[in-house]
Design a protein around this ligand. Structure first.
Ligand code: OGA
Ligand code: NI
Length: 338
């Protein structure tokens, strides 16, 4: 693994190794991304809940992507969290591997490119530390013990993400006309934290940090660094750059909410490009259901006779298919018109 981590060898190369060169149609240099269009900004600090609700629903229907401001998480905690993960990814490879493999069952692990990448012909320019962070606080003993403040900071961050995540889900569910707690139980009880690191890249026009994808969750809350443009959203046939707003979080809708809302909310497609000269670290908090949970269009949304466009599937089965089949799974989930 230590030979494979991009962080371990990127500095030895002045060009991108062939195994990282994307086919021409996927290269970021091929189509200029737009920085004129912007993804919506949702102010969670408004006193007018109806207005917040309107904003968040519109953003989730039209873009499936937005940035939230006045979200209640302190700047200090956001800085500390990014610093911890930057420090983690800057540790020697052997140390990173040791600190991320304490659980023989793999609740915490480190990988490069994509987790299931044996079928990938082309690799992606990133390393990722991932671990579950259940609200019960279980599995804490398997988290890295280095950097020294890892437990303290990450436990606090996960707690704040849970609070923010539930607040966002409540607004979305209410906006859809569901009970505001519809998504607050088993549907969101198995969160995952992914700390990505995208090292500087000698030829950013040839490679990608992450391919075009939709997230396999209800929603993602992303912490990214100020001043580095790398995340892009695919909308109306063009790529839109998500320019970081200092101390905002980027939120995107995942495939599970697309299904639950019967297609009203969109799990937007996005990708990550690399930069020369500067590395980038991000922290993605995935709001996810427990494995046995059944994912299907919410029954109350069908009471007026609306036709479900998706079938039912357990989250476990969805994930298995998602990992083995990739994006094709989206077509399979759609019910054929009868
Ligand atoms: C993800 C993702 C974006 C980023 O974790 O699914 O899209 O900028 N991350 O790291
Ligand atoms: Ni994503």
């Amino acid at each position: 693994m230590d030979q494979k981590l991009v962080s371990s060898w990127f500095h030895l190369h002045s060009s991108v190794p062939l195994s990282y060169v994307q086919p021409p149609e996927s290269r970021p240099g091929m189509v200029e991304a737009s920085s004129k269009r912007k993804i919506p900004v949702v102010d969670l600090g408004l006193h007018d809940r109806a207005e917040t609700l309107k904003q968040i629903l519109k953003a989730s229907e039209e873009f499936g992507f937005f940035q939230v401001i006045n979200h209640g998480v302190s700047k200090e905690l956001m800085d500390e969290t990014l610093d911890i993960f930057k420090e983690f990814h800057a540790m020697p490879a052997e140390e990173k591997i040791r600190e991320s493999s304490r659980d023989p069952n793999g609740s915490c692990r480190l990988y490069t490119s994509r987790e299931i990448n044996d079928k990938d012909v082309v690799q992606f320019w990133r390393d990722t530390l991932r671990h579950i962070c259940p609200p019960s606080g279980e599995f804490m003993e398997f988290l890295p013990q280095k950097p020294a403040k890892y437990h303290e900071v990450v436990a606090k961050y996960a707690q704040e993400m849970r609070t923010l995540g539930l607040k966002i889900l409540e607004l979305l569910c209410e906006g859809l006309g569901l009970d505001q707690n519809y998504c607050c139980g088993e549907l969101s009880d198995s969160p995952l934290l992914l700390a990505h690191h995208y090292p500087p890249c000698p030829e950013p026009t040839l490679t990608l940090g992450a391919p075009k994808h939709r997230d396999p969750n209800l929603a993602t809350i992303l912490l990214q660094e100020n001043d580095i443009n790398a995340l892009q959203v695919f909308k109306d046939g063009e790529w839109i750059v998500v320019e970081p707003i200092p101390y905002a979080f980027v939120v995107n809708i995942g495939l599970m909410l697309q299904i639950i809302s019967n297609g009203r909310l969109v799990g937007a497609e996005h990708r990550v490009v690399t930069n020369s000269g500067i590395g980038r670290t991000t922290v993605a908090y995935f709001i996810r259901p427990t494995n046995k949970q059944i994912i299907e269009p919410a029954k109350p949304l069908l009471s007026s006779g609306a036709r479900p466009i998706y079938g039912s599937i357990t989250y476990e089965e969805f994930l298995r298919n998602f990992l083995s089949k990739g994006p094709e799974i989206e077509q399979e989930l759609l019910l054929k018109p009868s």
